[in-house]
Ligand binder design. Structure first.
Ligand code: ZN
Length: 264
């Protein structure tokens, strides 16, 4: 493998690291949005529950009013009974008292049933309020995290971009263009190893022996005949000799710095 391929691999490592950072940033934003949607749903649910509770309270109030009115009637009929002379009239009054008592009991039962539902709704409200509190915390913490990461990631990305520019200066433009074209064609990684079975590890196509031998010679710039990725033989990696980018790499704590470059 030649030095130029090693430079492309370095550029690719930088791009992979930048992509990793961008993916992490996108993931955080996605999670914030997801939590914000849940928060909105829970808030709507809370409003619904409160509305329902208030409707039920209106129902209880109405039942109480009805009970009051039945009580008045019961009292009225009971009083009237005292003035009555005939059994027939007495029985008729007695029936009215009983009818009103039955209506009153029905209202009382309704109140008990309604209050049971109210208790359930109150628990649901409590649970929803707790969920809202937790979700709000998540959103707030995540936003703070994203803000602090933004500064940190900005520096790392700048560092990587600077390093990339340095390598671009020593990499032939035609090779860089090929790399960019493959990458922009969504074939990333665009530079990929061929294994001992002569297979491109991007598409797993086996290279013909002659082509594989050419690759082993390290003299040529080769692309996979199937997926177009730039190929290198994996055992060809390493050993460092080179220039200013190496010194820079040592300072860089990212993964890209660990990638060594080959002998020319
Ligand atoms: Zn391939």
């Amino acid at each position: 493998m030649n030095e130029q391929i090693a430079y492309i691999i370095d550029i690719q490592d930088i791009d992979l690291n930048i992509k990793k950072i961008e993916d992490a940033e996108a993931k955080n934003i996605y999670e914030i949005n997801e939590s914000a949607v849940s928060l909105k749903n829970q808030s709507e649910k809370l409003e619904e529950l409160k509305k329902e509770l208030s409707e039920l309270q209106k129902k209880v109030n109405l039942c109480e009013l009805n009970i009051e009115s039945y009580n008045e009637k019961i009292l009225k009929y009971t009083e009237a009974q005292k003035q009555i002379k005939t059994n027939k009239e007495y029985n008729a009054m007695q029936k009215s008292v009983k009818d009103n008592e039955a209506l009153k009991s029905a209202e009382e039962e309704e109140i008990i049933k309604t209050m049971t539902v109210q208790e359930e709704i109150k628990s649901a409200i409590k649970k929803t309020e707790e969920d809202i509190r937790l979700l709000s915390d998540i959103v707030l913490n995540k936003k703070a995290e994203v803000e602090s990461d933004k500064i940190k990631y900005f520096d790392i990305k700048k560092n990587l971009a600077d390093k990339r520019k340095e390598i671009e200066k020593i990499l032939k433009a035609e090779f860089l263009n090929v790399y960019e074209a493959i990458k922009n064609n969504n074939k990333f990684p665009a530079v990929i190893s061929v294994n001992d079975n002569r297979a491109c590890t991007g598409c797993f196509r086996i290279l013909p022996p002659q082509q594989f031998n050419e690759l082993l010679s390290g003299e040529i710039f080769m692309q996979c005949p199937i997926c177009s990725r730039i190929l290198y033989y994996k055992q060809d990696m390493p050993e460092i000799i080179n220039d200013k980018t190496d010194k820079k790499e040592k300072k860089d704590k990212t993964k890209a710095s660990k990638k060594a470059r080959v002998k020319a």
